[in-house]
Design a protein around this ligand. Structure first.
Ligand SMILES: [Zn+2]
Length: 320
């Protein structure tokens, strides 16, 4: 059985034909046009391109923002600047192929459950570390989304009251300390106190310091990078302590661009997390790096369809 997985971003639409084992048969990236009608048309065209040859049984779309997955409506998309767009129906009508839509972080955790690091797991917490921090939770094999479908905003748990201002308006959210952009911001902010940092030599212009540079400098023993990475890891550990106590997961998956450096910060988070949980939770979970990385968006989107086909939608009593 094959489906079309679509990773819908503000700049690009990435699409792939994926089967239930996660094998990719076809892949295409196109620029995101302006306006939801044009975007729906573009995705429908991509579906029509492959529908017969690959016998596509559904289209799954993952996109950032507040998504009402049951009604297939984009409630609010900060990237695309859409409000209350019944997008899944639009694509279904234009392509003739049943279309499902889900928040990208929820799609990510589904993708890891179907094809990645959480295969075979019933209780999963997933975080994506990018410009912001997205989150998804699977409990008893099913996605937890709350009554409006917008729950599991794990990146906005407050780990440091009165901490840095977050894009959401609160202070000290995990996202304001441990997202890839926050890591870069902290390093640049504290550079004035540690002018001897090797990070200055690693980039031509200090504005180009990003999370990858910070983690590279950490590996080389740079003091400022060490201070940033330890501070960030401690913030993540505090959040992990809360998630572990709330959801009792078997596995916590770290994904997103910053997960490429996860080998550096996972051990630090693992070491500190027990400080922030009851003793009964210590040693009950694993923290792992995403196995999907480059393909996380499209495979996550594809898994939305498999999840819906398996459970028949996520309405009350498992009915649509
Ligand atoms: Zn926030």
């Amino acid at each position: 059985m094959k489906v079309l997985g679509v990773d819908l971003g503000g700049t690009y639409i990435k699409a792939a034909v994926v089967n239930e084992k996660g094998d990719i048969f076809w892949k295409k990236t196109v620029e995101t046009p302006a306006g939801y009608e044009a975007v729906a048309e573009t995705i429908a065209q991509l579906a029509l391109e492959v529908i017969e040859k690959h016998e596509i049984v559904g289209v799954g779309i993952g996109t950032p923002g507040s998504i009402d997955h049951e009604k297939g409506v984009v409630r609010y998309s900060p990237n695309l600047k859409w409000r209350d767009v019944p997008f899944a129906d639009l694509v279904t009508k234009k392509s003739g192929c049943k279309t499902y839509i889900e928040n990208d972080a929820n799609a990510f955790v589904l993708g890891e459950k179907w094809f990645g690091a959480a295969r075979g797991c019933e209780h999963v917490v997933a975080l994506t570390f990018g410009t912001g921090i997205g989150g998804g939770v699977i409990s008893h094999g099913r996605l937890i989304t709350g009554h409006m479908g917008i729950g599991a905003e794990l990146g906005h748990i407050i780990v440091e009251p009165y901490g840095p201002l977050c894009g959401c308006g609160s202070r000290g959210c995990l996202e304001s300390i441990a997202s890839a952009s926050a890591v870069a911001r902290l390093a640049k902010q504290w550079l004035v106190k540690y002018p001897g940092s090797m990070m200055l030599e690693m980039v031509e212009d200090e504005e180009r310091i990003d999370a990858r540079v910070v983690f590279e400098a950490y590996k080389k023993g740079d003091l400022l990078a060490t201070i940033v990475v330890e501070y960030v890891s401690d913030a993540i550990a505090r959040a992990v302590g809360a998630y572990v106590q709330f959801f009792n997961p078997e596995v916590i998956v770290f994904g997103g661009g910053m997960a490429r450096s996860a080998d550096v910060f996972i051990p630090l988070v693992e070491r500190r997390a027990p400080l922030y949980m009851m003793p009964s939770f210590v040693g009950t979970y694993r923290i792992v790096k995403s196995e999907l990385l480059e393909d996380a968006g499209i495979k996550g989107a594809a898994s939305i369809v498999f999840e819906n086909l398996k459970y028949g939608g996520r309405g009350k009593n498992g009915t649509e």
